[in-house]
Design a protein around this ligand. Structure first.
Ligand SMILES: [Zn+2]
Length: 297
């Protein structure tokens, strides 16, 4: 833990003035996502002076099983996976609190470079200490700060970025969510997004024993001033997709949300309402990402 804080401290210093990053669903004029105009070079072993000097880039020493020990599936039930991307971020604190209070399982996909202030580091620590939350990998740099095309065109760069996040945060699983691309790689089951780059990068990650979880349904916020869509509508959307078999795997639905959606009290309570609607349906089990079934043969 001491080592983690030392690393976080350096990370915080490096990114103090660089802003935070996230997914590409935000409108260009959104003030939340400050993308530096300076083009950054790919992450390499030789880094700029004074930056990340103690971040190991090789995660070979990770003590994580490449084949996860998964919980048995009850084939009579439907499974829903609550997933939150881009944390630690504003909203993380409220998500953590609600998950605890509602006693449900959830998965957070973490962007390493977002933990650049003490407050954000605290949010991440709270996630790590919450037994109901599984902390997983959303790459260290969020596709080199949303430069999706050039990022995914370099599979080795993508792998190194994922490993960098792993090396710092020591995730207890090898599940990854790719930034800005809905790609799946779960054993022999797979699905691609529109571009060749993310396909090749995903194949390379899978070859290196990472599992990639996409999503079936997104609860999104299209503009910072728009209210969140009604949780009842989102719940109805979940049920419709499960009933109509419109999911990557039948009877399993992954819902994508983002930490910053739940920054204020009203929106956080909308999350609670969605969770309660799901909890009240006794045919649904809420589970974490690493228990999503993997077809190995
Ligand atoms: Zn993201």
């Amino acid at each position: 833990m001491k080592r983690l804080y030392k690393t976080l401290k350096i990370t915080a210093f490096s990114f103090l003035f660089q802003g935070i990053i996230g997914c590409d669903y935000f409108p260009e004029n959104s003030i939340e996502r400050v993308i530096p105009t300076k083009i950054s070079s790919p992450i390499t072993k030789s880094k700029p002076e004074g930056q990340h000097t103690d971040i190991p880039l090789d995660s070979n020493e990770l003590k994580v099983d490449s084949i996860p020990h998964q919980l048995p599936i009850d084939s009579t039930k439907n499974y829903v996976y609550l997933t939150f991307d881009d944390g630690p971020f504003k909203g993380s604190e409220k998500i953590n609190k609600i998950i605890k209070e509602e006693q449900v399982k959830a998965t957070v996909f973490i962007v390493g470079m977002n933990a650049y202030t003490q407050t954000l580091q605290k949010y991440l620590k709270d996630y790590e200490e919450n037994d109901l939350i599984e902390v997983s990998n959303h790459t260290y740099s969020h596709a080199n700060r949303n430069r999706f095309k050039s990022y995914y065109d370099q599979p080795e760069f993508v792998l190194r970025d994922v490993k960098r996040n792993d090396s710092i945060y020591r995730f207890k699983n090898r599940f990854v969510r790719l930034p800005g691309r809905n790609v799946w790689r779960l054993g022999k089951d797979f699905k691609n997004d529109h571009d060749l780059g993310s396909r090749l990068s995903s194949d390379f990650l899978a070859k290196n024993q990472y599992y990639i979880l996409g999503w079936d349904y997104e609860w999104n916020k299209t503009h910072k001033n728009h209210p969140l869509k009604n949780p009842q509508d989102i719940y109805n959307g979940i049920i419709k997709r499960l009933e109509n078999k419109e999911t990557f795997k039948e009877k399993h639905l992954v819902i994508l949300m983002h930490d910053d959606m739940f920054d204020n009290h009203e929106d956080a309570e909308q999350l609670r309402r969605l969770i309660r609607l799901i909890k009240n349906n006794k045919n649904i089990i809420l589970e974490t990402a690493s228990n999503y079934p993997i077809s190995l043969s």
